[in-house]
Design a protein around this ligand. Sequence first.
Ligand SMILES: Nc1ncnc2c1ncn2[C@@H]1O[C@H](COP(=O)(O)OP(=O)(O)OP(=O)(O)O)[C@@H](O)[C@H]1O
Ligand SMILES: [Mg+2]
Length: 318
Amino acid sequence: MTALTPVPELAGVVAASPAMRDLLKLASRLAEGRTPVLIQGESGTGKDLLAHWLHHAGPRRDYPLIKVHCPSIPSELLESELFGHEAGAFTDAKQPKAGKIELAAGGTVFFDQVQDLTPNLQAKLLRVVEDCRFERLGGTETIEVDVRFVAASSVDVRQAVSAGTFRQDLYHRLSVVPLTVPPLRERRDDILPLAETFLARERQRRTTPARAFARETSEALKGYAWPGNVRELRSVIERAALYTTSDVVASAALPPHILEQPATLWAGRDRRPSLKEIEKEYIRYVLDQVAGQQTRAAAILGISRKALWEKRRRYGIR
Ligand SMILES: Nc1ncnc2c1ncn2[C@@H]1O[C@H](COP(=O)(O)OP(=O)(O)OP(=O)(O)O)[C@@H](O)[C@H]1O
Ligand SMILES: [Mg+2]
């Protein structure tokens, strides 16, 4: 189930839900080529992990994967960090220096939180993404590199395009293959396998002897909305491991807000969902409750089996 590829860097990646399995299968195919990929998804869903997958599941794994966290580097610096510079290009440029794009030759450059790039850098990036050529700052020689560009954003980049803060042409170029990592609450089949993987890791670190979750613990984990997605789940399991000195993780080891299930589908989220999102999620929830039995699910939802089938198709619910 987890061993989708034998690459050690990708060991421990969990994909139990159909959505995640399909995503990783697609990523494995994309890993063979050089098409730019834009990864979108809420914070903590696994965008970094997917970028690693794109790099390590293909022939680029033998070359560098260089990550550029766009918001944390001041834009004046970012340009020389990316493209490098020749001696004398600016006051502090005593020695020529290769930029990250050059250093990543043969491999991957990963632009995290790409929506934060300044307009100037977006224009420069567009050119490299289009024809893989650039010049160092202050340089005249055009450098050609073989790199794959992966970009990630936890906001909807299309909205940034509509708002005029992100170049449409760059968006189209980066999003030839847009990958969206669904929030954890939309792929509940992943919750327990992830929790078990994180628990096993803690057991290996000897934080806890625990090997399993008590029934109430698993129920609470499965029922919670996980606004912080996989990252939040990981922290919760690490904390629970510290509290557990026996074989089984009791529900008391979970933070109280996870046990007190919110009464509404929209509680504990950073954004109010649309009616469609609620509908999709509720259909998923009901199907889960009845173990996928169409007739029972349709009866609970108060619609015909045909209507249920239509909605599942429309929302891509398996
Ligand atoms: N499918 C998975 N299997 C195993 N671990 C996962 C999986 N998805 C995410 N994780 C783990 O969850 C944590 C958060 O994932 P990651 O850093 O990739 O999220 P992100 O989407 O890049 O978050 P951010 O938006 O904050 O940058 C990491 O520790 C990562 O290893
Ligand atoms: Mg990330």
